[in-house]
Design a protein around this ligand. Structure first.
Ligand code: PHE
Length: 451
């Protein structure tokens, strides 16, 4: 079952495309621009980049080291590296968390597919702002349409994962990621030529330090975590397919660079257009499905903009969704000895079924509430605000305190063949700084800090 029979990434570019594909997702394109804009613009950006490098990078590197060392899935990794302990429970938590994230990620991804279709059929042309709101609200509350799109998206995800690491995940991310880059660069360049673009760029880049509150600093850290996909066993599972002679430090830095660049480019592509039409940029999730269609239909060649944008969003969502699905699938294949095609089918259907409740919570199940939230909101809250930080803290404790440092060093330095500077500082951050900072995000979202 180990290294020689196990599938792995064929090329370093493939490994980076897959990992960056996981990191670059809905979080970068729809969440980052308004988070940055409404939390101090350039000041948020500085804090965000600082956290990404100072906290996100060490935790990512730790997760990579664990997965590549064990060459196993999220559950098996802890059984191998911490036999006869309860650490395997953390593996199980990661598998549950990745599946739950995918269950609501699939909802928004399904909407994205509907919007590719609407843009292709030019449905936004000559519609008033109100009509566009109606299109969105009728769609999300429809008794089954959104579930059908979600199922379509999940089947696409399942089909890629079913084909395996090299022939599925690596092959398709190697195509989708470069295309995503080309589209987002083209969109950013055209956005900068719009008349009101300066205001949008200022909103994103001009540092308003007075708007930087403790809250916005913590949101920067939370956003950095979600965006890098750390703490959920995803990086760990993907890293188990990275060949032993690839440099993990180099790969992490490339993934982080790509993720941050796409977030900034998304801001450049979206905010100038929003500003040149005088629309409130803090519209949140509605920004993508309500505001942008309004913006696109008033632009010259708006239909092309809309089609490109929603295809971009689909690629970003799909490359993240396959990384989420791979977590339970790798577990079923390696621990339960189920063949990959069947394992992929089981995981896809189970998660789609679960996810349909999230999707329907915008329509027929609107009135069903858990802790005062709809299914979708509860699932998003639980995963993004609670499970993700807990996962991050546990990774720090495991790699920083439990694991023998010689193992960590040997994995990061490829058995001593690479020179690693600052290893002591690295372990210090992993032991003290990172877990404390992540704990602060957790306490903040739970409202404990504000009392
Ligand atoms: N990183 C992805 C994004 O930015 C989302 C994600 C989070 C994917 C956690 C996997 C795990 O959208």
């Amino acid at each position: 079952m180990h290294s020689n029979t196990r599938d792995s990434f064929k090329s370093k570019f493939g490994a980076i495309a897959a990992l960056a594909g996981s990191a670059v997702g809905l979080g970068n394109i729809w969440k980052f621009p308004y988070e940055a804009g409404s939390n101090g613009g350039g000041a948020f950006l500085i804090v965000y980049i600082f956290f990404t490098l100072a906290i996100g990078f060490p935790v990512m590197l730790a997760e990579f080291s664990l997965g590549r060392r064990s060459q196993r899935n999220a559950f098996g990794t802890f059984q191998t590296l911490a036999p006869k302990t309860k650490w395997f429970l953390f593996g199980i938590l990661s598998i549950i968390a990745a599946s739950l994230i995918l269950s609501f990620y699939g909802t928004v991804s399904g909407w994205t597919l509907e919007y590719v279709w609407l843009s292709l059929s030019n449905a936004f042309k000559d519609q008033s702002a109100e009509d566009i709101n109606t299109i969105f609200n009728t769609f999300i509350s429809h008794p089954y349409k959104a579930v059908l799109w979600q199922t379509g998206f999940m089947l696409l995800t399942g089909a890629i994962v079913m084909a395996g690491i090299q022939k599925g995940i690596e092959r398709y991310t190697k195509i989708m990621m470069p295309l995503l880059f080309i589209i987002i660069i083209a969109l950013s360049i055209s956005a900068c030529t719009l008349s009101g673009s300066r205001k949008g760029l200022e909103f994103l880049f001009f540092p308003k330090f007075s708007e930087l509150t403790a809250d916005s600093i913590l949101s920067a850290l939370g956003q950095a975590f979600f965006s890098l996909s750390v703490g959920m066993g995803i990086l760990l599972t993907y890293a188990s397919y990275i060949p032993k002679n690839d440099n993990l430090v180099g790969i992490s830095l490339k993934v982080i660079f790509t993720d941050t660049l796409v977030a900034i480019l998304a801001g450049i592509a979206i905010l100038p257009a929003v500003f040149s039409f005088d629309i409130d940029p803090q519209a949140g999730p509605g920004l993508v499905f309500l505001t942008l269609p309004k913006v696109f239909q008033s632009l010259p060649a708006g239909q092309i903009w809309a089609i490109l944008f929603f295809i971009l969003l689909t690629f970003a969502a799909l490359t993240s969704a396959i990384s989420l699905l791979e977590v339970p699938v790798a577990y079923l294949v390696e621990e339960k000895k189920i063949r990959r095609p069947l394992a992929s089918l089981i995981a896809t259907f189970a998660i789609t079924f679960l996810g349909s409740f999230n999707t329907l919570s915008f329509g027929p199940l609107k009135e069903v509430h858990l802790f005062g939230m709809s299914f979708f909101e509860a699932c998003d809250y639980l995963c993004s605000n609670i499970l993700l930080p807990i996962g991050g803290i546990l990774i720090c404790i495991f790699a920083g305190w439990y694991l023998n440092k010689a193992i960590l060093y040997s994995e990061i330095s490829n058995n001593g063949s690479l020179k690693i500077y600052f290893f002591k500082l690295y372990v210090f951050i992993l032991r003290y700084i990172a877990p404390v900072c992540i704990l602060l995000i957790l306490l903040n979202v739970l409202g404990i800090l504000n009392k």
